[in-house]
Design a protein around this ligand. Sequence first.
Ligand code: GTP
Ligand code: MG
Length: 296
Amino acid sequence: MTKTAFIMIAGKPNVGKSTLLNTLLGEKVAIVSRKPQTTRNRITGVLTKGENQYVFTDTPGLHKPKTLLGEYMMKSVGNVAESSDIVLFVIEAGTELNPNEYSALDKYQAMGMDVILIINKTDKANKVKILQQISELSQKYTFHSVIPISALNGDGIDIIFQELEPLLTESIHFFPEDYITDQPERKIFAEIIREKVLRLLDDEIPHGVAVSVEDFKEKKGLLSVRAEIYCERDSHKRIIIGKNGAMLKKIGTYAREDAEALFETKVFLDLWVKVKENWRDRPSLLSDFGFKDELE
Ligand SMILES: Nc1nc2c(ncn2[C@@H]2O[C@H](COP(=O)(O)OP(=O)(O)OP(=O)(O)O)[C@@H](O)[C@H]2O)c(=O)[nH]1
Ligand SMILES: [Mg+2]
């Protein structure tokens, strides 16, 4: 008898949702950074353990959108909620919830979803504060369970699976046993590049960056990729390229190293930087960059 569950991973930006998805799967399918609003698309990761198939979907962090891209991101969170039965609602250990988090919890509860409260980053929080947080939130909401974890070092991940197990329902498996993610290889490559930009550059620059993979060819053990980094201003372009091209070289080297490990092949990466003013608010450019399906 096979069983399946559709499980959404939601929460405010930067709480560790994508880290959790990667840890649950034991594979890196979502990029991670210290900056909020790293994830822009829903990312599905599938884990099949014998008769049980867990379909996890990571979502962009809950925030009040300021751009059309932000609206797209929040629309995608809503769409995932509609098609999930269970939500792993991730919060940061020992910190107060903000209004966006409260309203999302209200909504998921009203929708009748099973809400599992995941208290992440327990590795760096005060135990007493965590206990206070659990008691406060448990008075306000009915959770299926409350699980303190560290997505970074794997603490508590086994308990998530224990708690999910009784929530699986009898059903066919919707994905083959060895299926891991819905993210195409080109998209994963583009995201790896964007991750390096997020990690190497500060302030508002990474938020205005999109990456598009234009060419992706594998021949005789060499993966040749041409990718374009789009930013919003000439001044940003200069910073991304850096003095004598040093920054772009660094971005390219780190991205290539990660890609070589992931795709298990030699990689040749040809990287370009271009300016597209205000792309985050221009529907046709958003659509060119792949942000269109959620708005249909
Ligand atoms: N100390 C600690 N840091 C963590 C843990 N989980 C995630 N982080 C860090 O928190 C930061 C944000 O992690 P992400 O996984 O990108 O967070 P996210 O919730 O997906 O963020 P958005 O995509 O922006 O919504 C990164 O620097 C992670 O390394 C944890 O358990 N402990
Ligand atoms: Mg994320």
